[in-house]
Design a protein around this ligand. Structure first.
Ligand code: THU
Length: 159
């Protein structure tokens, strides 16, 4: 028998411990929450991507009265980035949340489908995407890549 360890450890940082560019990207993600269309859940998700050409691309969730058609903020931002700058690599992805029902004082982790989508974009660019997660305020969870959030992931290599 062989035991395989999946490293799911990550850093929880206070905002003061972040680099200035990381704080700036998190600010842009919080701004993006205002672009959310979330009349049904009242849960606004904002994303800001830093590309290797220096551009910052934002995204926000877009809901639909037919609930399963809701589009998460992460694929909105990733699709925008890839269509607008097909050659650029995504270096960092900041995700912030605002909740009408109660203050979001801790990060909300991306949903399973979004983790799979982020993993695909890492594969496409053959480089990791760092993740910074934060609520409206409070601690920042930092990941160097999607793997700890999606261990043993499915990918094109199986096809
Ligand atoms: N949502 C996202 O935008 N990203 C996620 O990773 C989780 C959920 C959105 C979808 C929906 O508009 C609202 O948050 C509540 O689920």
């Amino acid at each position: 028998m062989k035991q395989i360890n999946l490293d799911t450890s990550f850093l929880s940082l206070e905002p003061e411990e972040l680099k200035q560019e990381e704080r700036l990207l998190l600010d842009r993600a919080l701004d993006a929450c205002d672009m959310a269309y979330a009349p049904y859940s009242g849960f606004q998700v904002g994303v800001a991507l830093l590309l290797d050409n220096g551009e910052i691309i934002q995204g926000a969730n877009q809901e639909n009265a037919a609930y399963p058609m809701c589009i998460c903020a992460e694929p909105v931002a990733l699709s925008r980035a890839k269509v607008q700058y097909p050659e650029a690599k995504i270096i960092w992805m900041a995700i912030r949340v605002k909740n009408e029902a109660k203050p979001a004082l801790e990060p909300a982790a991306p949903c399973g489908a979004c983790r799979q989508i982020i993993s695909e974009y890492e594969g496409r660019q053959d480089a990791p995407i760092g993740l910074l997660l934060q609520g409206q305020e409070g601690p920042v969870y930092k990941f160097q890549e999607i793997a700890p959030l999606l261990p043993l992931s499915f990918s094109g290599k199986f096809l």
